[in-house]
Design a protein around this ligand. Structure first.
Ligand SMILES: Cc1ncc(COP(=O)(O)O)c(C=O)c1O
Length: 457
């Protein structure tokens, strides 16, 4: 292959054989490790046996290990080959529209059948569960991307799948429902009457729009009350962040081919997994002295890192899942029904939270209208319609490029386009109608929610 030139290249290719063979475990290199999980039952550090009621052994080992590299199983890597390596693009048209001297690159994780980065971990999770004899996985989904990814993975590995979909998204995204059903999964709007957790929420608030925290409670209860069923989470947990690191590893190889290295790496942040995926391999370099920034972008309606507290909290609304040390807005906080359903989570990955607490990464929050302005600018320039979640990263990158323009510097910006928005056109309709509203997080709520944190120091 002739040498790629950074002043000409638009799509930076990688060979199939260059798909990473291992996942990168950042915990091995972190100066301060994330805190241990606590049990919601005993209030003490969670015993592995307790967690094994809902997770397979191998994923729990990945959750706790200090090994730096974990081999990707052959069957999972074979599935990765259907769409990986994913493309890295130079956003030449966007640069021109913005009139910036910055060089903008984006990794596009929307090229697989389900349309987002979530398939990187759903395949791994279904694989390990099947290996340990599990018959069914229960899960939550916000925007529907995770439910889609898990239903496809379960179908591939011969598992049944039950999805609890946050009610507001269930109503906003009917085609995500059909997508999930196409792969053989059953799907229910959450809160539902199938679980005690759902019934409890509906008694309190019959019109509940749902939240990821509530849907997680339902899925955890479903798994905990059925021997043949495990729970599967699409973000937050260490092993989920781990599986996503194929993204950043590929980016590094792609950028090396054109002698580039980013000054700043940007991704949207819901539970933190796509941010982890692109940023962690670069943070490894930062730990050994490289000058690279990583910025997590969240919505003002659910500003976990920028406004939340770093404390132990429940991962779900009804206090059934493990208690984690993380930035949180409180487990009973129900965010406004913004269109980026996948960013409506009250907490954040314990690893991402620890890194933020230690000042190793940055965070910024945007309201949804400016996010959609940036998404439309990006779509018109680059020809890809981003998912509302990913559009937060687009907005972060656009702002970074405009700052570079103001400063007259040629900074190199890399962002993760975590998914496409082709099932989210109702959100775009709403934006074009002029009816879209912005939500600020009411600070008063934080004080109230903080009163309900578990008593763990
Ligand atoms: C396209 C897309 N990007 C990002 C996210 C946010 O999740 P995470 O922070 O785990 O990457 C979601 C969640 O549903 C999503 O669907």
């Amino acid at each position: 292959m002739s040498k790629l030139r950074k002043d000409e290249v638009v799509r930076i290719p990688l060979e199939e054989c260059e798909i990473p063979k291992q996942w990168y475990n950042i915990i091995a290199d972190m100066p301060n490790k994330p805190g241990p999980y606590y049990s919601p039952m005993t209030g003490k550090i969670a015993e592995p046996e307790e967690m094994m009621a809902i997770f397979p052994k191998e994923l729990l080992m990945q959750e706790m290990t200090l090994d730096r590299w974990i081999d990707i199983p052959g069957e999972v890597r074979t599935m990765y080959r259907q769409w990986r390596p994913s493309p890295l693009y130079r956003a030449r048209s966007l640069e021109k529209v913005l009139g910036t001297p910055a060089r903008i690159y984006y990794k596009y994780e929307g090229t697989n059948a389900t349309g987002s980065h979530k398939l990187n971990t759903s395949l791994a999770q279904a694989f390990y569960n099947r290996k340990e004899g599990i018959k069914r996985l229960a899960t939550e989904t916000g925007a529907g991307q995770w439910g889609s990814a898990l239903s496809l993975a379960c179908n591939h590995f011969g598992l049944e799948c039950t999805v609890y979909m946050v009610r507001v998204s269930y109503q906003q995204k009917p085609y995500r429902r059909s997508f999930i059903q196409t792969f053989g999964a059953e799907i229910f709007p959450s809160p539902s009457t199938r679980t005690m957790a759902g019934k409890k929420i509906l008694e309190r608030d019959p019109g509940s729009t749902g939240s990821l925290g509530i849907a997680i409670s339902e899925a955890v209860e479903d798994a905990a009350t059925h021997d043949d069923t495990n729970y599967s989470l699409g973000s937050v947990l260490n092993h989920v962040c781990l599986h996503q690191t194929v993204i950043g590893q590929e980016c590094k190889k792609q950028l090396e081919k054109i002698d580039e290295y980013p000054d700043v790496v940007i991704a949207c942040c819901g539970g933190g997994s796509n941010f982890a995926g692109i940023a962690f391999p670069f943070l490894r370099d930062k730990f050994s002295g490289k000058n690279v920034r990583a910025v997590a972008v969240e919505p003002t309606a659910c500003p976990t890192l920028t406004k939340g507290r770093f404390a132990y909290d429940y991962g779900d609304a009804v206090q059934m899942g493990p208690i984690a040390k993380m930035y949180t807005l409180g487990h009973d906080f129900v965010p406004a029904g913004i269109h980026a359903g996948g960013l409506r989570y009250h907490g954040d990955s314990p690893i991402v939270s620890q890194l933020y607490h230690d000042g190793l990464i940055e965070a910024v929050a945007y309201a949804q209208k400016p996010v959609f302005d940036a998404a439309v600018t990006f779509a018109r320039a680059e020809g890809i319609i981003p998912a509302p979640e990913s559009s937060h990263a687009v907005k972060g990158a656009v702002d970074e490029a405009l700052k570079a323009k103001e400063a007259g510097d040629e900074r190199v910006i890399l962002f993760n386009l975590s998914g496409h928005g082709y099932f989210d056109m109702a959100a775009y309709d709403y934006y074009f109608s002029g009816d879209m509203v912005d939500y600020e997080y009411p600070e008063k709520i934080l004080e109230e929610s903080m009163k309900n944190l578990p008593d763990i120091k």
